[in-house]
Design a protein around this ligand. Sequence first.
Ligand code: AMP
Length: 373
Amino acid sequence: MIEKEEINEILSSYNKEKITIGTLCSHSALQIFYGAKQEGFRTLGICTNENMKSYTAFTAAKPDLIYVIEDPVDVLEEKCQEFLRNHNTIIIPTGSFVEYVKPKNLEEKFLVPMQGNRKVLAWEGDRKKQKKWLETGGVKLPKEYASPSEIDGLCIVKFHGAKGGREFFLTNSENGFYKGMKKKKKEFSETEIKNFTIQEYIFGVRFYPHFHYSPLDVERGLEVDNGYLELLGYDQRIESNIDELHRTGLSRKEREKLNIEESFSVVGNRPVIPREKMEVQYYTLGKKIVGASLMLFSPGILGSFCPETICTKDLEIFVFEISARIVAGTNIWSPQGSPEAWYIWGEPMSMGRRIARELKIGIKKDELEKIIY
Ligand code: AMP
């Protein structure tokens, strides 16, 4: 594990007037670059040759510098890390960055300052730890079934691998579970298929709230412990094909006959806003998650995070997963900012810009080491 002291040492060697904000050209990179430029930072894109033309085609958001790689894991090569450090780079780890480079590599081999708390990687990436984190916070979670024989209602069977939601399936019986698993055998390796969870299917509407937690004295948002929590908007993921299956008018039985399976691949995002009374509940939820993170892995969750939630007809909020960094759903509010972000900042504040603003405040207060690891 790379020690915090090692990162502090690199950070102390950086020229604070020439900090570069860098990330992998994927996921929410355009928003991060654009937001960083708005805050006056130089930007650096780590980009494959394949993506280069598309990323430079967004002229106003394109990064000032590009470091070309063949594969995202190339960021671990010493010459790349040296290049990043030589340019006083702070990396913003996005979902794609973490997924492609792998949490373990970032914990052990990536000696470049990153925004956020590196300790969160272990808590986000391990299902049991994530559950403990959320349970410690006292948030509602869907029930998990230890065995298929316990299934007593509609369940979602989840696999924990690169294919993610694409291969999830729904079932309401033990028999249905084994039938579903038989079909999935073609898609997964023997080890992958064993790595599943059976979770209660929650009936309701999905909301993906975008939080930002700062341990600095920003005096914006909700005061939580010695920091500030901001609720900067919501999105709803658009998932194919489940979101539009109803258009076919086919029943489950008919679909089964035609061999049409549901899938939960994220293909986009749309803006959404809950009833105003729910905004209070969502702030409370964020506060619980921050509180638990401070207890379990101090200094806790830093910067952007997103609990994935379902709100039932009785306005109960269930959390079925958490992303401990900027989510791609925040792209819908860049660069104009969500209503909530306006009510906190009174100016257009996308998540990308908010992250850059945090670094700017950290530099000004000489407290960068509080938000970097
Ligand atoms: P995940 O990979 O956990 O983010 O889940 C992918 C998608 O599956 C979600 O965005 C939801 O549409 C759906 N989903 C996951 N868990 C549940 C649940 N417990 N109840 C209902 N839908 C769920």
